[in-house]
Design a protein around this ligand. Structure first.
Ligand code: DX5
Ligand code: ZN
Length: 226
């Protein structure tokens, strides 16, 4: 699944970019929310999510990189979030905040910083719908993929398979033509696509999505030997 990371979009033409990406066939929209505390940067707020919500019916995936996310779930639920991920490192009541998200009919996700071990989510796997594995340190677009994350994806995939959980693996950070083949091979399904795959300087966003989709399907074919 292709999910453009909208912090990489042209903020002056956000509605236009969302509509172009939607028409090109993306599967969901990834929206990074930063508070300058959990990560040393600021991005969008609920008002921008409102603009995006009005421009598309596709699922909105809210990636909360904020301290004490439990205090802000209602805010993002009210502007039309379909999926919300919270960082395990940002709250002391993870199970409760996940329950709160689920109680609103919203898909619940847990995001893990690169150094956070997979085992840390063992006791919430029964309530989560997806896991966001940060493949860069959160806070900025345009960074380099951390190579040890390939093995982390594989380890999480094996754990999910072993326990037969219905949990999707999302990868976020430098997901592009160099990294996609191996993250797919290791079990990732939801690809957050930013500056290394969609929001490149040359060509239209529409063509970028079509080209990426062909590459992914080609990679999948190689993997299944079709
Ligand atoms: C970083 C964000 C990512 C970022 C991805 O903290 O969570 O979604 O926008 O951008 P690229 O693909 O450029 O790494
Ligand atoms: Zn993100």
């Amino acid at each position: 699944m292709i999910g453009p990371s909208l912090m990489c979009a042209d903020m002056g033409n956000l509605k236009r970019d969302v509509q172009e990406l939607d028409q090109a066939g993306v599967d969901f929209f990834h929206i990074d929310i930063m508070d300058g505390s959990f990560v040393p940067n600021f991005t969008m707020g609920p008002d921008m999510v409102n603009v995006i919500r009005a421009a598309t019916d596709k699922p909105l995936d809210i990636h909360l990189m904020i301290m004490r996310p439990e205090e802000h779930i209602n805010l993002f639920a009210d502007v039309g979030a379909d999926m919300i991920s919270v960082h395990i490192e940002s709250t002391i009541h993870l199970q409760r905040v996940l329950q709160t998200i689920k109680s609103k009919g919203i898909k619940a996700g847990v995001a893990l910083n690169p150094s956070t071990p997979i085992e840390s989510i063992e006791y919430v796997m029964d309530v989560i719908d997806y896991v966001t594995l940060m493949t860069v340190n959160p806070g900025f677009a345009g960074q380099k993929f951390i190579p040890t994350m390939y093995n982390k994806i594989k380890k999480l995939h094996q754990l999910i398979e072993k326990e037969s959980y219905n949990i999707l693996i999302q990868v976020d950070g430098n997901i592009g033509y160099e990294t996609i083949p191996k993250v797919l091979e290791n079990g990732a399904k939801m690809l957050v696509c930013g500056t290394s795959s969609l929001f490149k300087s040359k060509g239209s966003l529409h063509d970028a999505v079509i080209h990426l989709r062909q590459f992914i399907e080609g990679t999948a074919k190689v993997k299944t030997g079709d």
